[in-house]
Design a protein around this ligand. Structure first.
Ligand code: KG4
Ligand code: ZN
Length: 335
């Protein structure tokens, strides 16, 4: 059995996984850092220092749970960007040390490719497909010809969808991160209570913009003054509906343009139940089948990185020990 180790430390989640192309995920652990909540956002230095403390014991636990030693592995994959430099360096240095000590091949994985290939963990990904990547840092539509071949169809001009959830959550005084908090509040609210803008609605591009929505919500909240619990859940539901509607609108456009019959959602915001519901209905209406990874593989995790490592290394693409991190950068095709 071929086994691949994946390591992910690009932001505030420390994660290790062992993946086998025959069996799927053999062992997997993520340690989410809770210290950031009281600051209302990720504090980079706390994130990297916590990765330093957490990564080695997490790796040991995962290897023990898989019942394997280094000699059983076929290769190592590690996220080397985009992300917080200090956080990325912890994971990359660790992965390099393991690769150096064992002689195993190493593959640097683009975080966004990891999110896309989270859809290939439990079953082969059907391609060509359109993939909507919606996370805290990214909102992009890709035409995926096959794993390794990516064409960018469009992306956000300003805030990412997850960032919009997080900022609106903060405006409403909901716990960090805003995404899950808004989804929870929205279940009790009326999505039609407030009319928020859907930016770029009539543009012919597959692009998004969410900064106007954030401003519209802030202005509405200022106008409302002291808000009852009822009003908070109504604003949350209306804002969530505006984000989901904008995402669905451009996703349908991408399906119509590419004439694809397969659509996947990826990234942290793919955990949102309302997004899944609306996308199933509207993408289904446009003639494509929609799916998404299990919730635990939507938000940052190493399972998707271990799976991506298998795609790279089995195709003969690997990196040397001079591999570096990068804070920003588009996903490029490699196959
Ligand atoms: O992919 P991810 O874990 O990290 C990044 O690569 O950014 O995504 C995190 C983002 C956050 O903005 C968070 O608020 C959002 O995903 N998120 C959600 C939900 N769960 C996480 N957004 C909406 N609804 C959710 N249930
Ligand atoms: Zn992510």
């Amino acid at each position: 059995m071929q086994l691949y180790l994946g390591i992910e430390t690009s932001c505030d989640d420390t994660s290790c996984a062992i993946y086998s192309p025959e069996r799927g995920i053999v062992a997997y652990r993520t340690a989410s850092q809770l210290d950031h909540a009281k600051y209302g956002g990720v504090v980079p230095e706390i994130a990297s220092r916590t990765h330093m403390k957490t990564l080695l014991p997490l790796y040991e636990t995962v290897m023990e749970e898989a019942g394997i030693g280094l000699g059983d592995l076929a290769g190592i994959g590690v996220t080397n960007g985009p992300g917080l430099t200090g956080s990325l360096l912890v994971g990359l240095s660790f992965a390099k040390a393991v690769a150096y000590g064992s002689g195993l091949p190493l593959a640097g994985i683009h975080h966004i490719e990891g999110h896309i290939l989270a859809n290939a963990i439990d079953q082969p990904m059907e391609t060509p497909a359109v993939v909507l990547v919606v996370s805290g840092g990214h909102t992009q539509l890709f035409n995926v010809e096959r794993p390794g071949r990516y064409e960018l169809l469009g992306g956000t001009r300003d805030d990412a969808a997850g960032e919009a959830f997080d900022k609106i959550g903060k405006i409403l005084g909901l716990p960090y991160p805003g995404g899950p908090s808004i989804e929870k509040a929205a279940r009790e609210g009326d999505a039609a209570a407030f009319k928020f803008p859907r930016a770029m609605r009539s543009s012919g591009e597959c692009d998004f913009s969410f900064s106007g929505l954030k401003t519209a919500v802030r202005l509405k909240v200022e106008e409302l003054g002291e808000m009852s619990e009822r009003t908070v859940v109504d604003v949350a539901a209306s804002a969530q509906e505006a984000i989901v509607d904008a995402l669905a609108l451009k996703s349908v456009m991408a399906v119509e343009r590419t004439k694809t019959s397969r659509f996947y959602i990826a990234g942290g915001v793919a955990a949102n139940g309302r997004l899944r519901e609306v996308m199933t209905e509207r993408i289904g209406g446009a003639g494509a089948v929609v799916s998404w990874p299990p919730i635990e593989y939507c938000t940052d995790n190493a399972a998707m990185i271990a799976c991506a490592a298998w795609h790279h290394l089995s195709a003969g693409r690997n990196d040397g020990l001079d591999l570096n991190t990068f804070p920003r950068g588009e996903l490029k095709s490699w196959s």
